[in-house]
Design a protein around this ligand. Structure first.
Ligand SMILES: Nc1ncnc2c1ncn2[C@@H]1O[C@H](COP(=O)(O)OP(=O)(O)OP(=O)(O)O)[C@@H](O)[C@H]1O
Length: 222
């Protein structure tokens, strides 16, 4: 479903973060992406999500070259991804329901369906009873759960998760693990980026280790 071919990624202070990097991600796969801080996990996730253009190389998603598409076509393709990243941006003065439903409406789905999907997604992350609260009223933890609701409401085929859940109460982490597991069981491809030992990593899945120092080429452990 996703293919990195001969990808190079350079930042001014990191001129060879990824160098001739290739990776194939199969449909329905769960990939653990593990490495210490600064090893490039978030950069790799952002490249996958269509938000960070590689310096060179080809990145295809469902056979389409993500970074050679026009912006509008790329954002249509990105609607098939669910992003669970740190520091989400919300409509702070709007309700939780709006925050999940409006992106679906922008995709052109009928309003009634958007509202039903949004309410169901909020329910699944434990915010079902708070759907009329404003986003700005939420605790940090609840904001992260709101982001998960937004990510799953679009019925993604690919979930990209930057694991920042170390501080979560055990019960909520377990429920996020279960939620990701149930999506994966339903055929969704999942990529989890985490520090070594992260809770959301699947022990049965393929692991890509980004060790430091870069450059990263192809280093797949199983
Ligand atoms: N937008 C950017 N501009 C310049 N350099 C960047 C940018 N994003 C990342 N980097 C650099 O690339 C390297 C990898 O960063 P990245 O955030 O991808 O690593 P990470 O493994 O996700 O780290 P962490 O676990 O701390 O989030 C770092 O040295 C960082 O300074």
């Amino acid at each position: 479903m996703m293919e990195f071919k001969e990808i190079f990624k350079r930042y001014p202070e990191h001129p060879n973060l990824f160098e001739n990097f290739s990776l194939s991600l199969g449909a329905g796969e769960w990939l653990n992406l593990v490495g210490p801080p600064g090893s490039g996990k978030s950069t790799l996730l952002r490249m996958m999500s269509g938000l960070e253009k590689p310096t060179s190389g080809t990145l295809t998603f469902h056979g389409q070259d993500l970074y050679r598409l026009r912006a509008s076509a790329r954002s249509r393709l990105r609607q098939r991804m669910g992003l669970i990243f740190p520091d989400p941006v919300f409509l702070e003065g709007h309700s939780l329901l709006d925050n999940v439903a409006l992106p679906l409406e922008i995709q052109g789905l009928p309003q009634a369906e958007c509202l039903t999907r949004a309410q169901n997604a909020l329910q699944r992350v434990g915010l079902g009873n708070q759907s009329s609260l404003r986003a700005r009223q939420l605790s940090q933890n609840a904001r992260q759960r709101l982001m998960v609701a937004r990510a799953i409401s679009g019925y993604p085929v690919l979930l990209l998760v930057d694991d920042f859940y170390h501080g979560w109460p055990q019960e909520q982490r377990q429920s996020l693990e279960n939620l990701l597991g149930s999506f994966h069981q339903g055929g969704v491809t999942v990529v989890v980026a985490s520090l070594p030992g992260g809770n959301l990593l699947s022990p049965k899945a393929r692991t890509l280790t980004l060790s430091t120092p870069a450059p990263h080429r192809i280093e797949i452990d199983t």
